[in-house]
Design a protein around this ligand. Structure first.
Ligand SMILES: [Zn+2]
Length: 262
């Protein structure tokens, strides 16, 4: 039996057996770890509070044969500001759900952990629009998990002419000249099989380039013109969801709340 101590973010929790709870933790160095909190209902209040969804805590766990059991926990940070609105809360849950989907066990997930914590901080402590925060998270998440779109220039001719299109399924740019190639021309066949093509203005393209390439701590240090925010959010969401080839209940919930508040 080994005792391990590490800081981790709780990204999933569910009841297990009569009195136990399974919590999924995201750690920087060990990736995703599922820990059994035995006798969850009889755990000391402190350990219970620290093992709730989206708490960032220092966990001590016992490891035996690849199974982990919670020994104790002490809270490092809780994102109370998520409770300011249903929308913020919903995006927070979505961050947890996506993170649990893309992160793996026994791997360095320091970039995803830092992205999740930065995103939760922005949602909880600032007044930036939840929709914009969500979009930045989605695009950067795609980049960190190996689905970074190639945005340097048109994938077919290499040029850039101001107005480009994002070929979502192939994660690449296509310029407007190559967008409608004559049959038989270079690229015609590839484009015929690409299913989702989204137009990008120069402003949108620059925002996307920034988010996929800036230093981790600077991902929210940019702005998108107000009239382009909705398009930016739509493109980032479509991109991530199509790369992961699934949707998320928390994302659908977020859209229902958003529709109600309009
Ligand atoms: Zn081109």
């Amino acid at each position: 039996m080994t005792m391990l101590t590490f800081p981790a973010l709780v990204i999933r929790e569910c009841d297990y057996a009569e009195n136990d709870k399974l919590i999924t933790l995201l750690t920087a160095e060990r990736g995703k770890i599922t820990v059994c909190a035995k006798g969850a209902k009889s755990l000391r209040n402190k350990d219970m509070a620290c093992s709730q969804l989206l708490c960032y805590s220092e966990f001590t766990v016992r490891e035996r044969g690849g199974y982990y059991t919670l020994s104790e926990a002490s809270l490092i940070r809780q994102f109370f500001g998520l409770g300011r609105s249903l929308e913020r809360n919903a995006v927070g849950s979505y961050v947890a759900e996506v993170t649990a989907e893309v992160c793996v066990e026994n791997s360095d997930e320091s970039e995803m952990l830092s992205l999740a914590l930065n995103t939760l901080h922005m949602l909880s402590e600032t007044d930036r629009e939840p929709d914009l925060i969500k979009a930045v998270f989605e695009l950067r998440c795609a980049a960190v998990t190996g689905f970074c779109p190639e945005l340097s220039g048109c994938a077919i001719c290499g040029k850039e002419d101001g107005r480009s299109y994002l070929d979502v399924m192939n994660g690449r740019l296509v310029c407007s000249a190559c967008f409608n190639p004559e049959p038989g021309e270079a690229g015609a066949e590839e484009l015929a099989t690409a299913r989702i093509i989204l137009p990008l203005t120069e402003g949108l393209l620059n925002a996307m380039r920034y988010v996929v390439s800036c230093p981790p701590k600077r991902i929210f240090s940019f702005s998108v013109a107000e009239e382009e925010r909705e398009d930016f959010s739509r493109v980032c969401e479509k991109y991530l969801i199509n790369q992961l080839e699934r949707s998320f209940p928390t994302l659908e919930f977020y859209h229902r709340i958003k529709a109600m508040s309009l």
